[in-house]
Design a protein around this ligand. Structure first.
Ligand SMILES: Nc1nc2c(c(=O)[nH]1)N[C@@H](CN(C=O)c1ccc(C(=O)N[C@@H](CCC(=O)O)C(=O)O)cc1)CN2
Length: 282
């Protein structure tokens, strides 16, 4: 029977440690969130981020733009936040509406305030093995693996999904931790065979119950990044009930990777505040 990797409990523990660190730091970190439109899920995630800020002692400000906002409007808002000296971290909630050029918006975020780690400069640092800010979901997963003392060095890690926000940075972080990494995607031949070789399997494909028991090696660690609705219920990419019978450890949905994403965002924001304070002194 698999160990359940409890992201909710781990994130609460880390948020408490962070709250104490911030309280003792003499700093007043501040996060700015930008949301475009009124997608209910995005609104909920942004609310969760503001609530986490409140919990740990990070000030937060929310910018809400209408669903028909143009790329220029969003970029201008981001640039204003770049110039605002009181703001340490800027987060643009994704996905953006289709008329907004996501790449241009992300490029506009000052790399020093890019607590989501999506800016190409921060991606570059990550892929060079020297991350500054790395994206919150993959970084949260690495934290969860470390908290449960799951060895990564030398492990055969397989990442299903090659997205900019999860698949690619996940692969880079696993590689930086000395895993042997394979990235699978929609054109991968013999996908099930590739997945079955994994000691650590990370699924970020966005298809409910895509990963079946037959695709998982006995004793593998299974990380589920999926957030899918199935018959009115929130489910991951992994057929949890079946896969937990063969895995040695597994993340649930909800209560696995999601809460770690938010804890990591808080940690990145505090780090940004610390680095910006250092820069002011130097
Ligand atoms: N700018 C960003 N946009 C998006 C990110 C991101 O990291 N930065 N990630 C996702 C959404 N996301 C945060 O924004 C996120 C998703 C899920 C959770 C979470 O804790 N989920 C809970 C369940 C909540 C529910 O009841 O639905 C869980 O898994 O336990 C946190 C953050 C896309 N966009």
């Amino acid at each position: 029977m698999a160990t359940i990797l409890d992201g909710k409990q781990t994130s609460e523990k880390r948020l408490e440690t962070l709250r104490e660190a911030i309280a003792g730091s003499g700093l007043h970190p501040k996060l700015a969130t930008v949301i475009v439109g009124n997608d209910p899920a995005s609104q909920m995630y942004v609310r969760m981020k503001h609530k986490a800020c409140e919990k740990v002692g990070i000030a937060s400000v929310g910018v809400e733009l209408p669903a028909d906002a143009t790329t220029r409007t969003v970029v201008d808002k981001v640039r204003a936040l770049n110039r605002d000296g009181s703001v340490d971290g800027i987060l643009v909630q994704l996905p953006l509406p289709s008329q907004v050029d996501t790449g241009r918006v992300i490029n506009a975020i000052s790399p020093e305030k890019d607590v989501d780690g999506y800016h190409p400069e921060n991606m570059g640092h990550l892929f060079l093995g020297k991350p500054r800010f790395s994206s919150c979901t993959p970084t949260g997963i690495m934290t969860l693996l470390a908290e449960y003392q799951i060895p990564v060095a030398g492990a055969r890690a397989v990442v299903a999904g090659r997205s900019i926000d999860v698949g690619r940075p996940m692969a880079a972080l696993l590689l930086n931790a000395d895993a042997t990494v394979t990235i699978c995607h929609s054109k991968t031949k013999d996908l099930a065979e590739e997945l079955k070789r994994a000691d650590i399997l990370v699924s970020a494909v966005g298809k409910p119950h895509f990963i079946t028991k037959e695709m998982v090696k006995e004793g593998a660690v299974v990380i589920d990044v999926g957030i899918n609705q199935l018959e009115g219920k929130l489910v991951g990419d992994v057929d949890f009930e079946a896969v937990k019978e063969v895995a040695s450890a597994i993340t649930p949905v909800p209560g696995g990777v999601g809460p770690m994403t938010i804890a990591t965002l808080m940690e990145n924001t505090f780090r940004s505040a610390q680095e910006r304070a250092c820069d002011r002194v130097l």
